[in-house]
Design a protein around this ligand. Structure first.
Ligand code: ATP
Length: 292
């Protein structure tokens, strides 16, 4: 492997189940989620610089190119924690829609932690990188590992579980912006209908695709749907086009549909493209991935 340059894949995630258990004293919500990776990915390339600076550029999507970028924050966190005097040039090739509920930024941050661990020769374990990642954002720890997991706490406590059976996933992001903070603020703990998360874990462990489709659930969905009715229309359309199960991912607005058969997924993909600009037909990855 090249010692001065590394390129790491940063896959998107979807939530098969997302529950909010309550509001914590520190302002975060206590959550319990089942996350799994899909094969829609950014690519983060890092080149070692002898000069003590971090540069960042991106192609393919509009993201901040300064300290607000989560990949930049990951590099800065490592520099400060381990007193690194070397620098890095980061290039992000964006494929994951931004602010979509697919953890694109968190995955870029996780890829940056893994890449710099290599080119800055830090020798950190995945567990150590995941612990550091939690300081950048709640989804970064999961993204360090990938695969399929139950995430709890504010999302940073990871328990690995078996991968769901392979299937096709159609992702469709309507052209609207959703504020994750606002969606969480609007969750009413007195009226939330909790998803059957334990039932989903059993269904995944049994490899029961049909039960997985029936148990999809996300507490944030009704909040985002009330704010943006187009997300509801997208869900209905995906079902009409033959999805076996549909759900909004994270705080939205991306909606995903599960399909057992490629031909039906492709047909639905073509049907959706007339309504939605950002549509992707991808595979559920589920298993922990090779980094490159
Ligand atoms: P999550 O599912 O973890 O809530 P998300 O998919 O909703 O994440 P992101 O695409 O990660 O959202 O973007 C959230 C915000 O982070 C956006 O406002 C974006 O400008 C900012 N951001 C910072 N760095 C990145 C990055 N590398 N890629 C995408 N967004 C980034």
């Amino acid at each position: 492997m090249n010692e001065t340059k590394i390129s790491i894949k940063a896959p998107a995630k979807i939530n098969l189940s997302l529950d909010v258990l309550g509001k914590r004293a520190d302002g975060y919500h206590e959550v319990k989620m089942i996350m799994t990776t899909v094969d829609l990915a950014d690519r983060v390339e890092m080149t070692l610089l002898q000069e003590d600076k971090i540069t960042i550029e991106s192609t393919g999507g509009f993201v901040p190119l300064d300290h607000r970028n989560l990949a930049y924050q990951a590099a800065m966190l490592l520099k400060e924690t381990f007193h690194i005097k070397k620098g890095v040039a980061i290039h992000i090739d964006k494929h994951i829609p931004v602010a979509a509920g697919l953890a694109g930024g968190s995955s870029d941050a996780a890829a940056t932690l893994k890449g710099l661990n290599h080119i800055w020769k830090l020798g950190l374990s995945l567990d150590e990188l995941a612990e550091l990642g939690a300081k950048i954002g709640s989804d970064v720890s999961f993204c360090v590992y990938g695969g399929t997991a139950i995430a709890s706490g504010r999302g940073e406590k990871i328990q690995h579980i078996t991968a769901p059976p392979p299937c096709w996933v159609l992702l469709a992001k309507p052209p609207i912006g959703v504020s994750t903070a606002e969606v969480y603020r609007r969750v009413n703990m007195n009226t939330v209908v909790h998803p059957d998360l334990d039932g989903m874990v059993d269904a995944i462990e049994d490899g029961s695709y049909k039960t997985i489709c029936n148990k999809l659930g996300n507490v944030l969905e009704s909040v985002t749907l009330a704010l943006h009715p187009e997300v509801k229309h997208l869900k209905e359309l995906m079902l009409r086009l033959g999805a076996d199960g549909v759900l909004m991912s994270g705080s939205g607005p991306t909606v995903f549909g599960l399909f057992q058969h490629e031909t039906r997924a492709n047909r639905a993909y073509n049907g959706l493209r007339g309504f939605c600009h950002e549509v992707f037909a991808v595979r559920l990855l589920g298993e922990e991935q090779e980094e490159n």
